[in-house]
Design a protein around this ligand. Structure first.
Ligand SMILES: Nc1ncnc2c1ncn2[C@@H]1O[C@H](COP(=O)(O)OP(=O)(O)OP(=O)(O)O)[C@@H](O)[C@H]1O
Length: 251
C-alpha cells in the first residue's frame, strides 16, 4: 500500500480559558504580573495512529465536537499535534470552512488567484485555469464581483472549484456538501470520483451518512473522547448509529 498520510502516536489537547474577565481586569492582571487566568485542558486525541492509502476517499464521521475537523486540520498542517508525527506525501488542498481565507472586498478572480498562490500555484497557471474554475463553479459573469456579494453557496462552489482545478494529490474537504444544491452536489461527486480514478486521495468530513456511504472507500468513526475506529463504510456507519442510539437511551 502506497501511503498518502500517516499519523503516528498523535495526541492533541486544547486549552480553553474558563474564567471570564473584563478587559480592564486583564490589563490590571498584566500590570501586576498576576498569574494567568485559569484554564482547562480538553483532550481530543490520545496516542492515535492510522494510515491513509493513496487513492482512497477516506471519510471522517462522529458526533459534534468529536474531533473530525481537528483531525483534518492536523493533516492539513494548520495546527500541530502536542505529540506524535504526521507524514503527508504529496501536495494538499484543503477546503475547511465556508469561504475560508476569502477576502470579502476582493473579487472572485482575485480571491481565486490568492487561494491558488497560497496553494503554491503560479500566477500564469492560475490565469489559464480561471475560465474552467468559474465554469465549473457556475459563476461565469461573477468573476469581477466582490466575494461579499456572493451567497454562501456561491463561495463554496468557487472554493471547491479552485481546490479541485489545481489538481492536488490530496484534497481535504470539511462539510462542503451541506451547502449547494443537489445538482451541484452530483457534479462535485463526479469530480471526487475522477480524483479516485486518477489515484488521488480525498479526505471527507461529513454528517451526511448517505454521502459518506456513497463516496468513501473507508471511514474513520471518531467517538467522543477521541477513540477512533476505521473500517468499511457500512460497518462504521452502523457503529455510529448504535452509539447515537445508546446516547439517546442514556438521555
Ligand atoms: N481552537 C480551539 N480551542 C479550543 N477548543 C477547540 C478549538 N477547536 C476546537 N475545539 C474543541 O475541540 C473539540 C473538537 O472540535 P472539532 O471542531 O474538531 O470537532 P468536530 O467533530 O469537527 O465537530 P462538528 O461536527 O461540530 O464540526 C470541540 O469540543 C471543540 O469545542
Amino acid at each position: 500500500m502506497e501511503s498518502a498520510i500517516t499519523m503516528q502516536n498523535v495526541t492533541k489537547t486544547y486549552e480553553i480559558n474558563v474564567e471570564k474577565k473584563s478587559l480592564k481586569q486583564l490589563f490590571i492582571d498584566t500590570v501586576k504580573a498576576k498569574e494567568k487566568s485559569q484554564s482547562t485542558k480538553i483532550q481530543i486525541f490520545k496516542d492515535i495512529s492510522f494510515e491513509i492509502a493513496k487513492g482512497e476517499v477516506f471519510g471522517l464521521i462522529g458526533e459534534n465536537g468529536a474531533g473530525k475537523s481537528t483531525a483534518l486540520k492536523i493533516m492539513a498542517g494548520i495546527i500541530s499535534p502536542d505529540a506524535g508525527q504526521v507524514h503527508v506525501h504529496g501536495s494538499v488542498a484543503a477546503l475547511l470552512e465556508i469561504g475560508l481565507g476569502f477576502h470579502p472586498d476582493l473579487t472572485g478572480t482575485e480571491n481565486a488567484r490568492l487561494y491558488g498562490s497560497i496553494l503554491g500555484i503560479d500566477r500564469k497557471s492560475m490565469k489559464e485555469l480561471m475560465p474552467q474554475i468559474f465554469k465549473f463553479a457556475e459563476l461565469e459573469g461573477y468573476e469581477h464581483v466582490p466575494i461579499k456579494r456572493y451567497s454562501s453557496g456561491m463561495q463554496v462552489r468557487l472554493a471547491f472549484s479552485v481546490a479541485t482545478s489545481i489538481d492536488p494529490d490530496i484534497l481535504l474537504l470539511d462539510e462542503v456538501f451541506s451547502v449547494g444544491d443537489k445538482r451541484f452536489q452530483t457534479k462535485s461527486f463526479e469530480k471526487i470520483k475522477s480524483f479516485l480514478d486518477r489515484k488521488k486521495t480525498v479526505l471527507l468530513v461529513t454528517h451526511d451518512l448517505k454521502i459518506a456511504e456513497e463516496l468513501c472507500t473507508r471511514i474513520m468513526f471518531i467517538r467522543k473522547r477521541g477513540k477512533i475506529e476505521i473500517g468499511p463504510p457500512s460497518e462504521m456507519i452502523e457503529k455510529y448509529y448504535d452509539s447515537l442510539k445508546e446516547g439517546l437511551i442514556r438521555v
